[in-house]
Design a protein around this ligand. Sequence first.
Ligand code: PAF
Length: 280
Amino acid sequence: MRVVSEAGELGSGGCVLVPTMGALHAGHLDLVRLGARVAHDRGITGGCVVSVFVNPTQFDEKYDYDRYPRVLDEDAAKCSSAGADAVWAPTVEAVYPTPESMRDPVMPRVAYEPKLEDVARPGHFEGVCLVLRRLFELSGARAAVFGEKDWQQLQVARALVPLIGLETEIVGHPTVRDPDGMAMSSRNRFLTPKDRERGLSLSRGLLAAGREATPEAGEAALRSVLAEAGVTPDYAAVREAETLMPPPGGESIGSRVWRAVVAGRVGSVRLLDNMAWPLT
Ligand code: PAF
């Protein structure tokens, strides 16, 4: 596998970027396979490039940034088996060459209006918007693949691209789940068996929500499953899928697309998940 640190080594024909922070799991590898397919189908000469960059500007806790797993050799081997053409692991200095470049991001409304991840993790989307802009610009990404697990992040990426004058196509990949229903995440490795069992209340609650007839009843069902498991969510809501804003009163729900979203801390790990509402 070609592992490069300089964006200049990626070539000038553009690529399909799979942005990651490394510690790749099976869910990421599905994103890589999709990226490789998109690059092939569209004849994008730079192929599928996986960026591995633990982005310092998007962590609200330094402890979380410091303990984030860094396993580049393992990641490169996995990327190779999933069909990536290159792994790009830039340095912090290359992504953020000046102190100013770490501040004042351009941000779309979905990054600060919904009061979901934006409130639960203050500063997080500032960092995501900063890094995505740099990663897209430096790599010349013609398309970029994101998992649907981070639903608000996917909407942020989609809305950010036109705001910063780029044409990168944002491609979403459905959440990859373990057989018990848990959405895959690099942080799941820190769950004790007991916490993992409690953490399953997120996906179970989303399934319960999706069977209800109104967003309000869906939210109540989700909250009740979480409460039974003793999980206090940061948020548990049914929102408009693209803007992530709450249902406006008096409007027929059938005229919009909805998403049930949830996040909360279980043991030492913060979990998040989402599903279509109602379930299809
Ligand atoms: O989802 C992630 O892993 C990160 O937020 C991303 C998109 C790689 C930006 O650092």
